[in-house]
Design a binder for this molecule. Structure first.
Ligand SMILES: NC(=O)c1ccc[n+]([C@@H]2O[C@H](COP(=O)([O-])OP(=O)(O)OC[C@H]3O[C@@H](n4cnc5c(N)ncnc54)[C@H](OP(=O)(O)O)[C@@H]3O)[C@@H](O)[C@H]2O)c1
Length: 353
């Protein structure tokens, strides 16, 4: 009990620290920056149906499938509901537990066309072995052909904590889980959409290098504030998508980062209540806080606009992510690839699911 109280106090101290608060202010400025740029871009048309590559069976009769992680709540849940309604051939609904995934599946079933195949999966994305098991389970299902991976799961950890598997948790879930899923499934013919964030703009090349050095070492003192650890994980998502496009673009692989803007979800559940309330109040007053369905619209546009590499907001505008230097981006990509695990057998790369 005493240790729980101490942990909560420690968490509060870190969230209220001057450095962390300064980072939140910087985030807000970058949010305004993104909104400003988006206002001058052309609004993209809204898709009502999924494109043929996600809706129609292939010559072998396999159904095209989309995997949505973080489908239990917030943006991920709204994306899963919409993909089913829009007629995706099959949907893998990935939540932390199978019970949660089954509950979401029942909810989607009630609202989706009858012929959409729904597959609930329980996977704790902190655990590399569970990701491997999920991918294996999907690959042996000969009726499915994965065409779209939407990595919506994410955490904001108010404390610097390690998973049982030795990785800092924000990094493991937000940045490494996506590459691990691709490693498990193979990349050929896949559209990979990772949910990023405007917060990545707060990170410099120097800081992302510090993050890489810190997330897998057992240093005791947290080297980054909670907000900085979160924004670094999102910078890593951008760098990974960039590197993956460069490496596997010739295999029919495409990758895009979807930046939903500021969305009213439980992502900041670990923040002290007063700080969360303050942040949401400012976001509401400025009119920048949107609903999960609006955040999901940005993700869906990133799924279907195959030329897009960074999509911001529900209008589906394409803006440039922030520029970390080229070498840093390459380092991050290689770092995440190393963490994703050993090279898979070649057959995984030939689309033989
Ligand atoms: N809300 C925003 O303003 C905002 C802005 C920019 C980007 N984003 C990003 O949008 C994505 C979706 O977040 P959200 O805002 O919709 O918040 P959310 O409702 O908290 O969704 C996050 C989801 O990730 C899941 N998740 C976390 N850790 C997991 C783990 N170890 N294994 C499996 N699933 C795990 C959560 O499951 P549990 O419920 O079981 O924990 C939850 O369903 C995140 O990547 C977030 O960083 C959000």
């Amino acid at each position: 009990m005493a240790s729980t109280r101490a942990a909560i106090k420690n968490q509060g101290t870190r969230m209220w620290s001057a450095a962390n608060l300064a980072e939140l202010v910087v985030w807000f400025v970058w949010l305004l920056h993104s909104e400003f740029i988006a206002r001058f871009q052309r609004r993209r048309p809204v898709e009502r149906r999924v494109p043929a590559w996600l809706g129609e069976c292939d010559d072998d009769g396999r159904r095209p499938a989309a995997i949505v992680t973080g489908a239990g709540s917030g943006i991920g849940r709204a994306v899963a509901v919409q993909l089913a309604r829009m007629g995706a051939g099959a949907l893998v609904i990935a939540c932390r537990t199978l019970a949660e995934a089954s509950a979401v599946t029942d909810e989607i079933r009630a609202a989706a066309p009858e012929d959409v195949v729904l597959k609930p999966v329980g996977v704790d994305l902190r655990d590399p072995a569970q990701i491997v098991a999920m991918c294996e389970d999907i690959r042996v299902d000969k009726s499915l052909h994965v065409r779209l991976v939407v990595h919506c799961a994410g955490v904001f950890c108010a404390s610097w904590r390690r998973t049982e598997w030795g990785e800092e948790e924000t990094a493991a879930v937000n940045a490494v889980a996506g590459p691990r899923i691709l490693r498990g499934l193979g990349v050929k013919g896949i559209r990979f959409v990772a949910v990023g964030s405007f917060t990545h703009r707060a990170t410099s090349s120097a800081r992302i290098r510090r993050w890489m050095a810190a997330v897998h070492t057992t240093n005791i003192r947290p080297p980054l504030t909670p907000a900085a650890a979160y924004s670094c994980s999102k910078t890593a998502v951008v760098a990974y998508a960039w590197g993956a496009r460069r490496r596997w673009g010739g295999d029919g692989f495409t990758a895009c980062v979807a930046d939903p803007g500021l969305v009213d979800t439980a992502i900041n559940r670990e923040w002290p209540a007063a700080l969360r309330g303050l942040y949401l109040a400012v976001a509401r007053v400025t009119g920048l806080l949107t609903a999960s369905s609006t955040g999901a619209a940005a993700v869906l546009r990133a799924c279907f606009d195959e030329e897009a590499t960074y999509v911001y907001g529900a209008r589906g505008v394409q803006i440039q992510p922030s520029d970390t230097d080229l070498t840093a981006r390459e380092e991050v990509f290689n770092h995440l690839e190393d963490l994703a695990g050993p090279q898979p057998p070649p057959r995984w790369w030939t689309g033989e699911h």
